[in-house]
Design a protein. Sequence first.
Length: 516
Amino acid sequence: MKTKQLLLIFSAIWSLQYLDAQTVDNKVAIGIDATRSEYLGDFGNGLWNFNQKYPGIGAGLTLATYLNPSFDLGLQGAFGEYGYYKNAIHRFIGDKIDASVFLHYKLNNGYMLKKSAKLSPFLTAGIGAANYRRNSFDDDVNPRIIEGYDLIVPVGAGLKYQFCNCFAIQYQYLYNFTNHDKVDQINGKTNAIYNDREGNDAFGQHRFSLIFTLGKAKDTDKDGVPDKYDKCPSTPAGVQVDELGCPVDTDTDGVPDYLDKCPLTPTNVKVDANGCPLDSDGDGVPDYLDKGPNTPKGVKVDADGRPIDTDADGVADYLDKCPNTQKGIKVDTKGCPLDSDGDGVPDYLDKCADTPKGATVDAFGCPVDTDKDGVPDYLDKCPTVPGIAANKGCPEIKAETKKVFAQALQGIQFESGKDVIKKMSFPILNKVVSVMKDNPSYNLEINGHTDNTGNAATNLMLSQKRADAVKNYLVMKGINGTRLTTKGHGQTMPVADNATVKGRAQNRRVEFNVLF
């Protein structure tokens, strides 16, 4: 009995010490425990054996104080039955009182689990003492329990659930190493009858606890949420906070209500520092409603944030060079009616929408045809003289003219190797003069050709001189030189086989092409 009293006095002194201890939030926890002690020794193994006839029921107290987020330091003690029933002969029952100093390692320390986690697993280890004495209910069946002490080292794990700041429930299991092998009066090393186990006796202990927290939690900003759990420990006085101690933000836009000038902003809408929806372009329509979000500053917009488009042509007024375009008319990027062919007549008025670029057109967008010959001026080589399409708008060359030019092919003769026209060629040349005079719209291209006899470079030079000689003759006969052009081709454009006398004669020729 004296031993029991000493242990209780020691527990009380320890409790008073920790009731005054300072923690991060001035809190100390006291636990009221229900225990179950389990025997492990030479009689056998009663650990986790819930069918034992001697269940080892008891009670205890736990006192713990907060050291830091990872560790709690405390004292725990228990008193209750202790025994083991192997059979009617080999059994014992007594009382056991134990007390130990412990250190809990908490997993909700911010590294493994959140500090705010209500469910907190922990590991525990400690050092203490146990005292054993005979139980008055033993009926002298087997008075094996001795009066004595063990040094114990309890290790184990537990689980704590925090219902609120002031109350939690806890379970832990402890395996207690001891420094003796005589609790059951049997030494396994020497007793052949009970040689069930070597080594010191040990015992297990289940502890079910109701945990009550003492003291008032530190609340620096006086918002009703202890600093230990307060995610916003500097909230201004009088500001309404949530369960984490942070100012209430009704619309969850990141700006607390007490600063939010637009406290009902729809969810997920980006806001400015005042909690109002962003209006990046400053047009008065917030971004989440703005269908024209990059409107230049100063531009008038509609309710959807789009720049005003008076004529509804798709080009805003501030860009529209033709702001009064009729409805339904296609426009270009400047808001003006489309002119696909670029002729100056918009498509909706253009009756010739594919006029080539540069062609002169009338008021309807069709190419001008000055001589009314059906060939527009931009294609007409004779735009002021009616002609035919086959001749690019120029008059058709008369049959008599074609005949004259055909006669000239072989009818114009030159002295051998020279550019001197033979007199026998004058009659045909005079016919050419007549054709030119009768047709003032004609321009004439004179082309000189040779056969392949002799040097090619010499032949080229000779063909040019002969073409020039013909031009000079025509000019001498009164034809304006501006109507005449010459070109020598030498032997490069044969019309017959140079291997025959006849072919070479055909290749030595002067050709006339009418130009307009």
